[in-house]
Design a protein around this ligand. Sequence first.
Ligand code: F6P
Length: 358
Amino acid sequence: MKRVGILTSGGDCQGLNAAIRGVAKGLYFEFGSDVEIYGIKDGYKGLIFGEYTLMKESDFSGILTLGGTLLGTSRQPFKTMRVIDENSVDKVKSMKENYKKLKLDCLVILGGNGTQKTANLLRSEGLNVIHLPKTIDNDIWGTDVTFGFHSAVEIATNVIDCIHTTATSHGRIFIVEVMGHKVGWLTLSAGIAGGADVILLPEIPYDIDKIAKTLNNRIDSGKKFSILAVAEGALSKEEAALSKKEFKRARADFKHPSIVYRIAEELQDKIDNEIRVCVPGHFQRGGSPCAYDRVLCTRLGATAARFIKEKKFGVMVGMVNGETVPVPLEEVSGKLKSVPVDCGEILAARQIGISFGD
Ligand code: F6P
């Protein structure tokens, strides 16, 4: 009898249930009734505290389109809690003990960069793990795409589309904040797809005067409205020159938690038209996965099941050039995939006159 655990960790996103389903159905295909699947509750927390359930085949039916994660999730165990916490729980030790107690042959771990680091740690401790790359941020090294990303692009694009109509009616300038953590993949795609006039990314620090000039030029040419798609991690040229510590202090001094409000305030001093801000936030992670993500999750999940059959452990299932491939965790863990400033999307955007504020 094969025994496989599945857990989802970190911020949720669209496609988690589709990927869980892909893994489970793939396992039943590979092992028939000779497999037991254990759903670990609330991410690594469930593995630390021994909270899990033996799943039935029917648990995996009808969940392809379901948003969120039926297993629950939690943020990284080592971010919010110390390695040995105040109740003297040694987290790595407990995770190993529970893995052994369950007699798992493999633990399939769905999550982003932080989750992947912990997966790699468990691998180095001798556990059989397989990681599936999940995040709307698309910032995982070693895979061309992560699941959740395309669904979030659809939502963020839809937000920009809706903002467009009201911006046009009122002749206003709208600043839409797009998620993406420290990288600009989501903003870049949604910005281009939504027809933004200015796109600000963490990878290209901005100059507020240049943005104002772009917007004033548009106004002078008769275009009374403008849309700015701004990554939550965007930063100015001045901020880019600061040390990490100085940067943190500078941001803490500012009264708004979000960069878009500061940009709006600074721009309003230089532009006559009204400026408004829109922060869709976690909306971008909610709801059903798009068709692309449903296919991607099915492929990643089914491949994980095949890797378990082939005893290919200690890897992430990456999507590289259209194929699912094993990517050794030790080679990718801790690396961040940011947007190359000369990528095709940025070049095309510049060519059609989209400003990056630089
Ligand atoms: O990593 C996904 C993400 O949605 C980021 O885009 C965002 O910065 C972060 O998670 C928000 O985290 P939380 O859910 O903890 O508020």
